[in-house]
Design a protein around this ligand. Structure first.
Ligand code: ZN
Length: 109
């Protein structure tokens, strides 16, 4: 997956927020705004982790084992542009695991 789309969206949302912040603060108040931003971040994080747990598989760089990660592991582990730092369930090595290409696991078919 390319990182340019999400990065561009992040920059656009940040720019929109900086421009709209005075109006948002005046209209909703600081406490409500903080609650909404924190709540929205949590919902988006959980939704992304859920999607990754359902659709994404990772390859262990040490033993080439292809495995899926649970939603909790996707949510709590370091995740950087499609790479997940996690422990391989096959060899137990803790490392940065690349995203496996979709449906590439021969054991699945
Ligand atoms: Zn491994």
């Amino acid at each position: 997956m390319s990182w340019r789309g999400p990065a561009l969206i992040l920059v656009l949302v940040a720019a929109l927020y900086v421009v709209a912040r005075p109006w948002l603060l005046e209209t909703f108040g600081a406490a409500t705004l903080v609650l909404v931003v924190v709540g929205a971040s949590m919902i988006v994080s959980i939704a992304v982790a859920w999607w990754q747990a359902r659709n994404r598989r990772y390859t262990c760089p040490a033993c080439a084992h292809v495995f899926g990660a649970s939603m909790l592991r996707n949510l709590t582990s370091q995740n950087w542009f499609g790479r997940l730092r996690t422990r391989c369930p096959s060899c137990g090595e803790r490392s940065w695991c690349d995203t496996a290409s979709d449906r590439a696991d021969p054991a699945e078919t």
